[in-house]
Design a protein around this ligand. Sequence first.
Ligand SMILES: NC(=O)c1ccc[n+]([C@@H]2O[C@H](COP(=O)([O-])OP(=O)(O)OC[C@H]3O[C@@H](n4cnc5c(N)ncnc54)[C@H](OP(=O)(O)O)[C@@H]3O)[C@@H](O)[C@H]2O)c1
Length: 373
Amino acid sequence: MGVLRVVQIVSRVLVAHPVWSRPAPCVSYRSFSAKPLAGESTALVYTTHGEPSQVIKLGTLQLPSLGDKSALVKMLAAPINPSDINMIQGTYAILPDLPAVGGNEGVGQVIEVGSKVKTVKVGDWVIPRDAGLGTWQTLVVLSADDLVTLPSDIPLLSAATLGVNPCTALRMLSDFEELKPGDTVIQNAANSGVGQAVIQIAAAKGVHTINVVRDRPDLSQLTDRLKVMGATHVIKEETLRRPEMKELFKFYPRPKLALNGVGGKSATELLRHLQSGGTMVTYGGMAKQPITVPVSALIFKDVKVRGFWVTQWKRNHGHNDKALCSMLDELCTLIRAGKLSPPACTEVSIKDFHKALDNAMKPYISTKQVLVM
Ligand SMILES: NC(=O)c1ccc[n+]([C@@H]2O[C@H](COP(=O)([O-])OP(=O)(O)OC[C@H]3O[C@@H](n4cnc5c(N)ncnc54)[C@H](OP(=O)(O)O)[C@@H]3O)[C@@H](O)[C@H]2O)c1
């Protein structure tokens, strides 16, 4: 299906749904307008759920006029995260109504604001406040309330990838256990975007990390890379079940906190290594396997099994900009201090989206695909 056909489909559905339907205010496509339209956007659109390589199409969308309380944003860069893929597949917890523009995260620059907008100004770098706003497009009109400003003195790739993974890492390291310098955290998927942020934020706090990754031919390069970021130890999944773990805990306290982005056996093994009363926080399920909690971990160690979802955290704190801003401030301070780098990224033009989507879904790729507009 070519670009023209996508535009036709999108336009047809938009006529049926005068307001681009999603939970929060977003781009409204109205057939009536007193003001001139804000222009056209090149966007990665899906009209049905399915495999991203099959359902995502590059299309042209007509932007609505700029309302009093909205802003026209030129998107600069937007990553492809697992949740974006799951949203397109139709398996994520929240799904925008279709047709939808892909992408939940990214940074853009404000190029025009409505007359009543006070919270953002022309030139500001902004990121979406909520999921589902559709960041894989060149231009977007959003309600100013849906935007959070970021300082523009941080690297573009840091800004593009700040709103989801580093926020998740910081919250998980702050909100479940009181971690002191010298404490230990264990995590799987340690080379993921979340994992890399956990390593760096923990290191900045003087907290040791035991980082579990899947075995691969280039394990030693990956290990070196994670150690440069501040990882205390990098081990293979198989090592979790070996006696050498006991040796490790002669030098470091057993973890107070385990961070699980995988599920299945990997999560069960993390639990076994927690100290008594420790907490395992599950934030992802990359293995798509349920978690078995050993009875002994509950009875004899009274471990706590918790979950975390950054979208919910942001929604809970949406009314309180202070919490969100102080979290972003803390992360930007770490970035400026050279203590928090973006994950390893591959920048791909939005026009080469097929390549980017394919790579984002490959195992062992160890680099975040970032669409540049
Ligand atoms: N709850 C929240 O608020 C929240 C926030 C952010 C992210 N997440 C979730 O966290 C997870 C990681 O996200 P991300 O953006 O950091 O990911 P990412 O950078 O794309 O990395 C994906 C990670 O998953 C691992 N992985 C993929 N398939 C796996 C499998 N079958 N078994 C074990 N590991 C596997 C990869 O390991 P290899 O290198 O070995 O392939 C890699 O470490 C996702 O599930 C995402 O949805 C949740």
